[in-house]
Ligand binder design. Sequence first.
Ligand code: PRT
Ligand code: ZN
Length: 285
Amino acid sequence: MIKLKLAIQKSGRLHDDSVAFIEKCGINLPINKAILTAESPNFPIQLLFLRDDDIPSFVENGVADIGIVGLNEVAEQSKNIDIIKELGFSKCRLSLAVPKSFPYQELTDLNGLKIATSYPHILQKFLKENQIQAIIQQISGSVEIAPSVGLAESIFDIVSSGSTLISNGLKEIHTVMKSQAVLVCNKNLDSEKRQIVDKLLFRMQALLEAKNFKYIMFNFPNESKETIVNIIPGMKSPTIVPLGDEKWSALHSVVEENLFWLKIEELKKAGAEDIVVLPIEKIIK
Ligand code: PRT
Ligand code: ZN
């Protein structure tokens, strides 16, 4: 049987979340770190464990059909591949930073400076777009120490919590791009492999959809029904069930995470009590 070859990072920041994400899609993975490939017993997929830097080119040349990699790596390499899904994990940003004492005010302050980075292409493009004349000093790691050892006056690197910048006496001055793990795909897959990709995307979508919603249940006095239903319209309309006490009902519904606290306050004002909120694992629309 034909199998889709999916490249993921062998070890590093993306590895655990990539494996967890695939497993949450109901795909079993017998992972043995000593082996560089693994086949799922319950989904037509073969995993290839690679360095993240190699994933875009392996997907471009068809050694892998699809891959999970940081958008930062895809943008830096600009290979001829499709980005088919943002996966919502490994979120970070690529930012410019300078020593804390640098009196930074605007981007033009970077003119004439040396900027150390492992992402020279993204930086080059950004500098060109903003007409900044700076010198790019390419290094492959430990970028944050470049200013303190006199290699550069500024850096351009991945920032997540920001604590590495702070502990190296630097301050973030400008975010150039936001990044997260993305699913990339070869441009020339045959129809059989496309079908497997579609099945995988369907499962991923259900997972990502569920992440943005909560299942909510609460009791309310019947006289507030109209107000309550207006606050919580639900995916179609909310489920309302009568309680033993005939003056009260219970409502079950699905609410978007980002509207959640707003809704809770409105509900309490309208007389809702005993509000229970649960995570949702998957939503199939
Ligand atoms: O060995 P391999 O080549 O496969 O891995 P790697 O060492 O090149 O990459 P790895 O595992 O460090 O990161 C893989 C991907 O994770 C990156 O390409 C990003 O898409 C994503 N990611 C998410 C991060 C971070 N967060 C992150 N914080 N990659 C690196 N960092 C580093 C950053 O370089 C900096 O040194 O963490 C430091 C900053 O972190 P904070 O939290 O202190 O700001
Ligand atoms: Zn790497």
